[in-house]
Design a protein around this ligand. Sequence first.
Ligand code: IPE
Ligand code: IPE
Ligand code: MG
Ligand code: MG
Ligand code: MG
Length: 348
Amino acid sequence: MPSGFYKDSISHFILIFAYHFLAMFQESVHARVFQNYLEKVNFPQEPQHLYDPIRYILSLSGKRIRPLLVLMGAELFDESAVEPALPASAAIEFFHNFSLIHDDIMDVAPLRRGKPTVHQKWNDNVAILSGDALLIKAYQELAKCPTDKIPDLLRIFNATSLEVCEGQQYDMDFEKRAQVSETAYIDMIRLKTSVLLGCALQMGAIIAGADVRSQRSLYDFGVNLGIAFQLQDDILDVYGNPKSFGKQVGGDILSNKKTILFVKLQELICPTDQDQLAYLLNQTIDTEPEKVEKMMGLYAKYDIHTLAIYQKEKFTTIAYEKLMEIQVEADKKQTLFSLADALMHRVQ
Ligand code: IPE
Ligand code: IPE
Ligand code: MG
Ligand code: MG
Ligand code: MG
């Protein structure tokens, strides 16, 4: 039996295990409570082209990590704060889905959660406006939060939303650049993805009445976890299984995204391979049908996949350290540690 067989079987087993581990969270009490809450949020029937896309994206099987983080952030400091945190968790999930509808237009993405993207199923105009409406629905949910907490919640929610826009703009600007430093890249993903995970946790902590120092450590845990989360997203975009990933595999390569894989390749590439990289960056799928495979060939040559996994583990470790700083009993933090672990190995 070739040794590769054992290696493949073991990694297959790890993947199945990781998949079920994350599924455990998606079937948790919090997930069910959140789903019940969401079902009661009303979206009018008309105009259909405004509200059907919203119903559509919310009905697709997203992981619902961010609302879970709001509820877990609340529970960490006060179990009775989970219920009052539900509107904030809906606000975060609405904001996230709004950002995905617009992100898919910007990234010209055909697939989301294994189904056609909103702009693909309807058109760009429908996707823009239904996205806008979903953002406003997020604010309607925020307005339902405990009144004394609303000023603090609004402050972090607004600051975070603007940061997400900033990150998205850097992400688009970087597509046009041949070189992006690792520092600039990490800052871009911190903004476009990570701060929302930090914000979700901190909103939960605010509703539970946690002190500012604990709020900050929990936010930092979320931001570092979020960086690892986006690194895994970059990795899955190239090495994910199309069946479980639910998005177009290779999409980042096709649009010249500056991902952790690209940044590491650019750091290590020998002068003899520079021309091929420059050539590939100038090609589209029409002029170079094998653009994705050729880029993957370069990644393989420099063992970029392993380096990206190493970076992801590095940020997950920093996240764990931030969680350890928080002054609550260790067993209360266990589910957050487990969630971070499941996310690090996620396949979707
Ligand atoms: C996708 O987020 C966008 C990124 C920040 C990578 P998720 O991977 O959480 O997407 P869903 O909600 O589970 O589909
Ligand atoms: C998305 O990053 C971040 C936001 C939606 C704000 P990506 O563009 O990498 O996310 P996916 O891969 O489309 O989910
Ligand atoms: Mg995208
Ligand atoms: Mg994007
Ligand atoms: Mg992505």
